[in-house]
Design a protein around this ligand. Structure first.
Ligand code: SF4
Length: 236
């Protein structure tokens, strides 16, 4: 609604000035804005029906790019204007992205799927270095790294731990996955989804019962569901 109001102002305010320049300019300007409004309404409806029907309609796979590159910065701006926290907007963006990825039914082979985890999911007191190789984990069960490795073994998919955005990008460049299941906080997931585009990413928010960046947790079932969303039906 705010956007339509801004477009109305953009249309109404310069009309008199344009008429003074040339009598047909107001009509041309009105038609141009009408096309813009039509595209916005069509895009919005396409987005809504893609999510509701959970399938790819027309060129709705392109919507993910538009949402990532255009709509999200706009959502942050609108959030600021109407007093919605950045964290809440990021959560909405992650959900919207996940719905669109699932609607596209992107399928991949297990060795092309990467599960990317944040370092804070490892037990804080664990002395084992798992960032270089997560399989160094001894499987003591004090943190969910053990369960996540078991999940990756079960489906024969790649799994890695990143300490931050730079390492995450390096892991993605080295592994060249076709799809990613990422676990992280709002900020890291949002930037990760944006940076990884066009690779489809399903983002899962970590749980932070001990505060941010410390002994965080994740719902293993959600990770499993996201993995299955990407794998061919024939996979184990
Ligand atoms: S499960 Fe692995 S990573 Fe977690 S505390 Fe035990 S050895 Fe360390």
């Amino acid at each position: 609604m705010i956007l339509f109001f801004l477009i109305f102002l953009l249309w109404y305010v310069p009309l008199v000035g344009l008429k003074n320049i040339h009598p047909s300019l107001p009509l041309i300007f009105t038609l141009a804005l009408a096309v813009l409004v039509f595209l916005m309404i069509s895009g919005g409806l396409l987005l809504i029906f893609t999510i509701l029907w959970r399938r790819d309609i027309l060129f709705s796979h392109k919507l993910r790019g538009i949402v990532t590159k255009v709509l999200f910065p706009f959502m942050i701006l609108m959030g600021k204007l109407v007093g919605v926290s950045k964290e809440r907007v990021q959560q909405s963006f992650i959900e919207l992205n996940n719905h669109l990825v699932q609607s596209n039914h992107h399928r991949t082979r297990p060795n092309q799927l990467l599960v990317l985890l944040p370092h804070c999911i490892q037990d804080f007191d664990c002395q084992i270095k798992i960032t270089g190789n997560i399989k160094n984990c001894k499987g003591c069960g004090k943190c969910e790294i053990k369960d996540l490795i078991e999940l990756s073994d079960q489906y024969q998919i790649k799994i890695a731990v990143a300490t931050g955005g730079t390492l995450a990008r390096k892991i993605i460049v080295e592994n060249r996955p076709e799809a990613i299941v990422a676990v992280a906080c709002e900020l890291d997931l949002t930037s990760g989804i944006q940076d990884s585009y066009p690779i489809p990413v399903i983002g899962i928010l970590n749980e932070r019962p001990n505060g941010p960046c410390f002994n965080t947790k994740v719902d293993i079932q959600k990770v499993k569901d996201a993995i299955l969303d990407f794998l061919e039906p024939t996979s184990p």
